[in-house]
Design a protein around this ligand. Sequence first.
Ligand code: MN
Length: 400
Amino acid sequence: MTLPYGIFSYGISSPRVGVLVTRNDFPGNAFPDQAILDLEVIGLLGHFDGLPLDPAVFAKPILNDFMALGKPIWTAVRQRLIDLLSQPDSPLEAIREQAFIHQSRATMHLPVRVGDYTDFYAGIEHARNVGKMFRPDGDPLLPNYRHMPIAYHGRASSIVVSGTPIRRPSGQSLGADGQPQFGPSKSLDIELELGLIIGQKSTLGEPVSIDKAEDYIFGIVLFNDWSARDIQRWEYQPLGPFLGKNFGSSISAWVVPFEAFEPFRVTGETQEPTPLPYLQQTSADLTRPAHFDINLEVELNGSVVSQTNARHLYWSFAQMIAHHTVNGCNLCVGDILATGTISGPEPGTYGSFLELTWSGKNPISLPDGTSRTFLQDGDVVTLRGRAGDVELGEVSGKIV
Ligand code: MN
């Protein structure tokens, strides 16, 4: 069962916490497809009795209060939901009308109050491709790449939920005449990423060890880090991305609990040279693989234009968290750590149009007879992801 968490409202109800339940999850379900289980309602009816939590956390318009209760509670609530849904003669059948809302009746909201947003650069194929295009002379990977997970601090205020239109940004770029010009971006792009939703705070001044790092991850969303390449290319040196990135990023409405991905661990690429000790997993049960086999795809106006897999990330989630905090920087509940663009090694597996069209040199043909280098107004991009029967919430956005 995926059982992702989200914030929904319907009719005149105020936004509250729900879990998406498929027909397979709940055979007693008479709904045609997926329905939202209202956790506030089942909490009020006593179905979380015996757990050390106040069901009022599910009446909130964000997941932060629930997440702040910590991993033992996340695990206990998920187990209680699995028990309720899968037991014969489930007590939920009798309260089906009150407890379930068909998805089509619900409005989805941004699921977390986002604290800080950090964007990594952990996809080595993406880093290599961008290096080849932006710095054609020399090694496409900068000397630090294989020694630490590179990242920059992004902007949390402009993170929006799937379905929110994205307004094409205007800004400075370098014209063909070598002079700066101002206007709407002509190279509007996507970045296919995963977002880690941080559900536990850490203490300022105290690093999170790599062996404890995954305990801080509440769940995973798909993350589209919309990017204006012409603005980015002119502004990014020496301090990194700014207005080419911070006009908008989209996340899934549904947050999949991190523990749902446990069966999909996979060994990542061999890290050579061996990273410094604080980036090495050592404790007995953590020598298990730290990467995840999650299939990902990019859809443009209904056509799949790229298929890849999260196993192509060079750095693991745990390494990102250990590196982020090694200097004492603290994590807060609601922070999002995005992986960076996930690309595979060959064309057709890239996570950005910059790479798919090789900086606009090789346009993509679409079934409607048109072609694309970068995004046009009216284009709709949808990111999807799946590991076995665990499905990430899609993230979709239309350019306006
Ligand atoms: Mn990015």
